[in-house]
Design a protein around this ligand. Sequence first.
Ligand SMILES: Cc1cc2nc3c(=O)[nH]c(=O)nc-3n(C[C@H](O)[C@H](O)[C@H](O)COP(=O)(O)O)c2cc1C
Length: 180
Amino acid sequence: MRELKLSKAFTLLEPGPVVLVTTHDGKKSNVMTISWTMVVDFTPVFAITTGAWNHSFAALRKTRECVIAIPTVDMLDQVVGIGTCSGADTDKFAKFKLTPVQGQIVKAPLIKECLANIECKVVDRVRKHNIVVLEGVAAYVDPARKEKRTIHAVGDGTFVVDGRKLDRRKMMASKIPAGV
Ligand SMILES: Cc1cc2nc3c(=O)[nH]c(=O)nc-3n(C[C@H](O)[C@H](O)[C@H](O)COP(=O)(O)O)c2cc1C
């Protein structure tokens, strides 16, 4: 993984991919699938919707840290598998053949097989809506990866894969932060 400028980390989530969120509860690592995400601002701040119905949530609440990992279409069955079993009784890194990699700041591991990873700290919670607000503190991409297409959940068990990339950078110049 190559370090990505933190000021560009929001571009990993802006397209709305299904993500994997890793945690470490002090004893072991876990991972869950999240499709309810949003970019809150460029700094970067993100929000995810999750709660106590997931085993990961206890570690997220206790450590106030996680990693958002971005999987690609070749990982779809792993992504769905991870999101349909629980770390309460399953070592998902072993079961889904994921390689944990230590980041620089948080204890939750990066996932080597993913296209990109963002180390995050929990900075706020909107309890009424089960929204957890995260600040990205370090980001990485794997430039050597051939498959770069991310996946998008429709919500009914079907998924859409990235298609053509369209360039409107000139038209949007006034809205794009410097250096992005
Ligand atoms: C495609 C997909 C998307 C999901 N999105 C979310 C989500 O946005 N929020 C959430 O709380 N759970 C979501 N889940 C469910 C969790 O990933 C699932 O409950 C998982 O088993 C939690 O793992 P854990 O108990 O080890 O934390 C999703 C599952 C799938 C398969």
